[in-house]
Design a protein around this ligand. Structure first.
Ligand code: ADP
Length: 626
């Protein structure tokens, strides 16, 4: 039989290592790619979530700020129209009353009470006829404001709403104008100029920059002072010329704010970049005033204005990067764990395969050895058998010769007695040969319930000749119903080994005794073979079941009396017993000799005797010695 080395050959070992390294080399970039993807996904998800949360708060702020501004503006919405109810006002604008002193003072008081910047009345031509600031050097009285858009609107019969910078004092404000009508005809215009500074001041405490731009994209209100009178979008020449003509912003330069749109994420929300301010603006503000922002806009009702709230996204980006790094590291860690697990599984599979292969090889080797062991015993037996058979054969020869003579003489009784003796001898010889046949047969080895008494008797029978020649008293204490789950032929083989070893240990001694017992207890059947020989020394005990361990000298010319000398008997026997889920153990007995115990699973004998195989039934007994 070919024997395989348990170790890999060197080239195979290197090939395996190279293969592993190559697998890892291939997997590492994949792992890195996966980590990168996980990082990117982590970033995107975190950024998306952060932006959604920011959008939510931004929208909330926008609603809050817009509402307060609208409330402020609404307070004055119907103010100019109510002036049209005053008789004095109508008289003045139509020229029916030439002097405006009383009305001027009335407007002055009204202006103080309402907290507005100024209140004034224009006639149909657009000239100021009465004003709250009548007694100031820069009073509007007599001024022609017909070119101002709020006058044009109101003169056309509509409500005028306009943010503008005053031409006289350069004061920014919100102009609300209403037509003054009499008998269905427009006879003048009333104007109220409202300051929004109060509201603007309250904005300095808001958590995010907020600004209001008018219909031209000019920032008219802002929580950051330097943003005021800048433009959100580039202004073309015609628009600029129009501003120059109407003096809406009183010839202010209107530089761009420096807002660059980056990405629109919703109809009313856009990511924008704000350029770094030139001077120390950033330090004075309680919130960042440059960098990336989420700009959210809402129109302000009743005006052509748009409110914009800017929420800084730097925090979100920082958080997203942290989460991305965590996701990448986490996925890389998981990947490495997976890789290790895959590698380990590969290792284990390799190992399992090797163990399986080796077990197969060992089992085959053991089978061979069992078979070889049997043949060796047969070899030893044949010498004894030849001797055993020679005597009956010689007797047969003599008996048959005598029978012929008795027949010739007509002595039938003597002939009959001879023939009966011949039949007995032939039976005994047949029993011997059939036993040999069963011993040499390779057993299937499948376990089945076996009454252990029979293999014990068979083993003793096989060694009968040696037993008879020695002076050993054999005691068998085995009840018929003690059964074990095993193969009878293999059990017999084990017993032959154990009894033969006992015989060896007792060789040359007087008063040798061997005891074979069997009992079933707690689901196990234990068969014990005990002798009163030299026992097992401390050197022998630990190596008892080691293959090729023997203390017996090699037999001369193979004509040795003992069962072995190869040191295989116990190793093979232990293997056989193990195959049946059993155990073979050796120890020293109380009376100094060795005790071997075969421990097997107990079995119930089948009630139906036909299930017992024919080979189990053949239990010959030797004829009495002639
Ligand atoms: P072998 O019989 O060929 O030596 P075994 O495996 O059957 O091989 O036995 C190994 C050794 O165990 C023997 O050489 C002997 O030293 C010891 N041994 C086995 N049975 C007995 C026994 N009944 N009494 C004392 N020693 C024993």
């Amino acid at each position: 039989m070919m024997r395989r080395s348990p170790f890999l050959s060197l080239p195979a070992f290197f090939m395996q290592i190279t293969r592993r390294v190559r697998t890892i080399g291939l997997l590492l970039p994949v792992l890195a790619g996966l980590a990168l993807l996980a990082g990117l996904a982590g970033f995107r998800i975190s950024e998306g979530m952060g932006l959604a949360a920011l959008q939510e708060t931004g929208r909330h702020r926008l609603d809050l700020y817009a509402e307060s501004l609208e409330r402020e503006i609404d307070k004055y919405a119907y103010f100019p129209a109510t002036l049209g109810l005053e008789r004095d006002v109508l008289d003045l604008v139509t020229g029916r009353a030439p002097l405006a002193w009383g009305l001027n003072r009335y407007l002055e008081r009204l202006n103080e009470r309402a907290g507005t910047l100024s209140i004034y009345v224009l006639n149909r031509q657009g000239r100021v006829v009465a004003a709250s600031n009548w007694n100031r050097p820069d009073s509007f009285i007599g001024e022609d404001l017909s070119y101002r858009p709020y006058f044009i609107e109101a003169a056309a019969g509509r409500q005028g709403r306009l943010f503008g910078v005053g031409t006289t004092r350069g004061e920014a404000g919100y102009y609300l104008s209403s037509p003054l009508a009499e008998d269905g005809a427009i006879v003048g215009v009333a104007v109220v100029k409202v300051s929004l500074e109060q509201l603007e001041q309250s904005w300095s405490t808001v958590e995010a920059p907020v600004l209001v731009s008018d219909e031209n994209g000019v920032v008219i209100l802002a929580s950051v002072p330097s943003w005021k009178f800048t433009t959100l979008r580039a202004m073309d020449e015609p628009t600029r010329r129009q501003f120059d003509r109407t003096l809406q912003y009183n010839a202010r330069p209107l530089p761009p704010l420096g807002l660059t749109p980056l990405d629109r994420i919703a109809p009313d929300a856009e990511l924008v970049q704000l350029a770094r301010p030139a001077d120390g603006e950033a330090e004075t503000a309680v919130f960042p005033v440059s960098g990336s922002f989420l700009a959210q806009t809402a129109p302000l009702h009743g005006t052509g204005w748009t409110m914009t709230v800017l929420s800084p996204v730097s925090q979100i980006t920082g958080m997203a990067w942290t989460r991305a790094a965590l996701a990448a590291v986490g996925s890389a860690f998981l990947g490495i764990l997976l890789l290790m697990w895959v590698q380990r599984r590969g290792h284990l599979r390799d190992l399992e395969r090797k163990v399986e292969e080796r077990t197969r090889n060992l089992r085959a080797a053991q089978d061979e050895l069992v078979h070889a062991g049997k043949l060796a015993v047969i070899g030893q037996l044949s010498a004894g058998l030849a001797h055993e058979l020679n005597q009956p054969l010689a007797a047969l020869r003599t008996l048959s010769g005598n029978t012929v003579k008795f027949l010739q003489r007509g002595n039938l009784d003597a002939a009959k007695s001879n023939l009966e003796r011949i039949a007995q001898l032939v039976d005994a010889m047949g029993a011997l040969t059939s036993q040999l046949k069963s011993f040499a047969r390779k057993s299937s080895g499948a376990p089945r319930p076996v009454a252990v008494r029979r293999p014990i008797d068979n083993a003793l029978f096989l060694l009968e000749q040696r037993l008879r020649r020695s002076d050993i008293a054999v005691t068998v204490d085995v009840p018929e119903d003690v059964a074990a789950l095993c193969d009878p032929n293999r059990l017999e083989q084990v017993l032959v080994n154990l009894v033969a070893n006992g015989l060896d240990a007792l060789a040359g001694r007087t008063g040798g005794k061997m005891t074979l017992t069997a009992r079933t207890e707690d689901g196990r059947t234990r068969i014990q073979v005990a002798d009163n020989g030299h026992g097992l020394s401390e050197d022998v005990l630990p190596r008892l079941f080691e293959p090729f361990f023997t203390t017996k000298e090699a037999a001369k010319d193979g004509a040795r009396e003992g069962s072995g000398g190869l040191g295989l008997g116990l190793a093979i026997s232990a293997g056989i017993v193990r195959d049946f889920d059993g155990a073979l153990t050796g120890a020293n007995g109380a009376d100094g000799g060795a005790v071997f115990t075969i421990d097997l699973p107990a079995a119930d004998l089948p009630a139906d005797p036909t299930t017992i195989l024919a080979e189990d039934l053949a239990c010959p007994t030797l004829p009495p010695p002639p």
